[in-house]
Write a protein that binds this ligand. Sequence first.
Ligand code: PLP
Length: 377
Amino acid sequence: MFYFDYNATAPVMREAREAWLEATEKVHGNPSSPHAFGRAANHALVNAREQLAHHLGCHPGDIIWTSCATESNNLAMHHFAQTLPREAEIWLSPIEHPCIDNSARHYFGKRARFLPVSKEGVVDLEWFTQEMTDKRPGVVTVMCANNETGVIQPWREILSICQAYEVPFFTDAVQWLGKMPAKDLGQCDYVTGAAHKFGGPRGVGFLKIPRGGKITPLLLGGKQERGQRAGTENLPIIMALMAALEVRERQLAENQHQTRAEWKEKFEKLLLRQVPGATIVGAKAPRLWNTTSALMPEGGQQRWVTRLDKAGFAVSTGSACTTGKETPSHVLSAMGYPAGQLTQVLRFSSGWETTAADWEALEKGIVKIFGEVHHGR
Ligand code: PLP
């Protein structure tokens, strides 16, 4: 079986499993307890916070551990809704993950304003620059890289415009972290991440908040995380998150992602050549080295997913597809694709473990299925 659904979740790497096991076996205490066991657990927690802050380029006190990125994103949205002036707008991209999109709509209603994106899936920086000269939202939210298309967003440019006007900037870095260097993310006011996208376990994430800031908690009933997120911290999975991030940051520093980008580019070239009618979404935009989003000919996405699954390839439609029904992509819709194409898209997302041979096997598998479908088999 070939796994090409890393953007949904990635296998837990050995280093993360070992870190989890070691903390589970050796660190019994509750970090809030006032005895030696508690102090040992708190010490480990403080170290993990320092490590993450070091990678992001922020202060350890800016980090709140959470159970996942969905929680982090909801926590941030809830905080904005509680603290921004009643008339303040949130400006966000229409290609955000549903956990941002839905909570922004929930808390802000008509005060959620969506930024235009280009046909290539990039937030329109010119529009944004122009609009910011005479209007001020309460907060701006744009993800680092899109989970469906892999298209990288101009988050650094948006951040500096926001800084110039003293507007807080929030970025969902879930698909960026562990694939691209974390450095500089700490300059954003709010950042979210989750371990399971880069080789850590599921069920752990974080929210980075502004220096000296205090977030309005969603979960009440405990003083953990300086009163900002009640509930005993799950130390072993936090240790596992950090072990995974350490490995990824090292691989990135060694530029190990460059070759992997070349394997994916080769796959895309062959796909376009061998499958007439296929097109790559966001082809002209900068994209993550691991993600290909393609509009496929010969039938809808579910047919392709099922056929590829039978042939031993786990791929995805990109958007939430849990019911086996075709799900029109809100991302492609925002990019201006016509309704008929919104259910034609397939996402192939690789990981650090994916090899050149895996990409070649996928390309051959697709070509074979294309031939069969084309000839009505
Ligand atoms: N944000 C982005 C960009 C994602 O891709 C995902 C998951 O696919 C999430 C947030 C939610 O992450 P989690 O499932 O860990 O809560």
